[in-house]
Design a protein. Structure first.
Length: 169
């Protein structure tokens, strides 16, 4: 299945982690086509998960058991400021990394301090998601959440969820 949230133009052809479904991966073809690919089932019907640092080379890219492939990303939140206007927030940002490397195409949910969703954005090739909806009168903070990902949330071994709080003031 073709996906639109993953940009292959800056990536070499090969396989990349799908941060929104750890039971599969994204295959980049011809520097422009992105396909969601599921991992096969293991012996005995046990679900396998994509090993994030095994690609992009298709020869080394692989799926494995949850204890091998589990991923615990780190999420940080911040703001972009308007130039020439002290303290004015232009946009909200969140950066998702795994072992210090950016995680591309991960869905990040931004919410105000009263848990109202402001926007949902995907991280770029630097692991950064940018929300241009800035909360008006809802406190001086916001929350960025990476909900994690697995084909079946009841199973262990999927991408772990992460949350970060950013300050507006």
């Amino acid at each position: 299945m073709t996906v639109s949230h993953f940009d292959c133009s800056d990536n070499e052809d090969g396989n990349y982690p799908d941060p929104n479904d750890s039971s599969g991966y994204i295959a980049c073809v011809a520097h422009e086509h992105a396909y969601a690919m599921p991992c096969a089932m293991g012996p005995g019907g046990k679900r396998l998960y994509y090993v994030a640092d095994s690609g992009p080379n298709p020869q080394t890219s692989r799926c494995d058991y949850p204890e091998v492939a589990s991923v615990e990303p780190a999420l940080t939140a911040g703001t972009l400021r308007r130039q020439g206007t002290p303290g004015a927030v232009k946009a909200l940002t969140a950066t998702l990394t795994n072992d210090g490397r950016p995680v591309e195409a991960a869905r990040i949910v931004f919410a105000d301090s009263e848990d109202r969703v402001l926007c949902e954005e995907y991280t770029d090739n630097r692991g950064v998601a940018t929300c241009h909806t800035v909360p008006a009168n809802s406190g001086n903070s916001f929350t960025a959440t990476f909900p994690g990902g697995t084909a079946n949330p009841e199973e262990s071994g999927g991408w772990q969820a992460a949350e970060a709080v950013g300050i507006l003031g």
